[in-house]
Design a protein around this ligand. Sequence first.
Ligand code: PXG
Length: 441
Amino acid sequence: MALDRSNPNDLSAFWMPFTANRQFKQNPRMFVAAEGMFYKTADGRDVLDGTAGLWCCNAGHKRPRIVEAIQAQAAELDYAPAFQMGHPKAFELATRLRDLAPEPFDHVFFTNSGSESVETALKIAIAYQRAIGQGTRTRLIGRERGYHGVNFGGVSVGGIVNNRKYFGALLTGVDHLPHTHLPDQNAFTRGQPEHGAYLAEDLERIVALHGPETVAAVIVEPMAGSTGVLMPPKGYLEKLREICTKHGILLIFDEVITGFGRLGSSFAAEHFGVMPDMITTAKGLTNGVIPMGAVLATGAIHDAFMQGPEHMIELFHGYTYSGNPIASAAGLATLETYREEGLFQRAADMAGYWEDGLHSLADCPHVIDIRNMGLIGAVELEPIAGEPTKRAFQAFLDCYEKGVLIRTTGDIIAMSPPLIIEKAHIDQLFGTLRDVLMHLD
Ligand code: PXG
């Protein structure tokens, strides 16, 4: 069929990601501008951003420093080859990230997304084990309900059923820890739940099953976002760290969501006081404005590769756009915006008000659990019998009509606003959500 070029509003060509395409195209929801805490819709309405885009615009929208940095960089150096050549801003950004990250993370590998950060970290883990003479360690362990992006490695270690089941056999040599959702014991907990640290001990069972000398790495989200916001039970991450160390297994924290202030500190590793061996990031690294991710690695991991003849490439991995100049400029301006405005501390300072507002929804109809930490919150709804996801999706549509953007996954509503949020915005967000929940079927 010929393309209808006369119709600028033809929606048919764009196959939208993670979207109910047919539903959307019947009744499109279009943003055409954004500033601060608000989006502007095509029909001229302001919509409060309760999700920082997709958990990424941590400094809010249209931030002048970031806009200017991108404009200036595009006019100065648009692209430089990423392999065997460099440009100053990528080095500068890596140094800034090292300064921001907890102590052991002193090397940075650039990617273009969270999914690529995950693939990169998994590959580094396996190659590292080989580099230190542990070449039998090739297995990867993830967790049920984990989300590590959509590429084959990430989907293999991930534990979201719909993201796995359509795509064949995936990677071999992968196992999964049990998820940590224990609603019977932990429902309506504020912050970290009391129960569930014992679930980390399952790692001992999995390691014993395969033999520790076959396991390269364990990857988890320190706080699981996409699956519907699951907090690590008290003592859980510590236990995982202990077991990994005991068996020579690398621990990777996927901080694509939790990095850059979401929990009130630069990284969740710092927030929970548990240090992994690698951290994957993306999203908030550039405030979501330009695609970019980064893997943070310890000196021990990096240095293990720095052997052999010096003219040889040490790690056969990288992307055309690793450390892209415009992305690097955006990253530098983003980190500067966070620092200048004290946004990570601001998230910590606002977290109490956020928590109280969120938990005030506990008496609304259909609400079966509420969870929160830092500037993240989730409200879990009882699914409509036989029609899972429908109730929460309706809440999403109703909120949008009333000028508030939320996210839903299954029957869980997730919220993660820009860290510049004010109390009045929090009131608007939860006030609107209350109103919507009160009228839901
Ligand atoms: N790891 C984690 C922990 C993530 O949350 C990715 C990897 C993949 O990142 P990219 O940049 O490849 O998308 C993510 C992404 C949601 C939602 O609303 C979550 C993500 C992306 C889009 C929507 O739950 N997380």
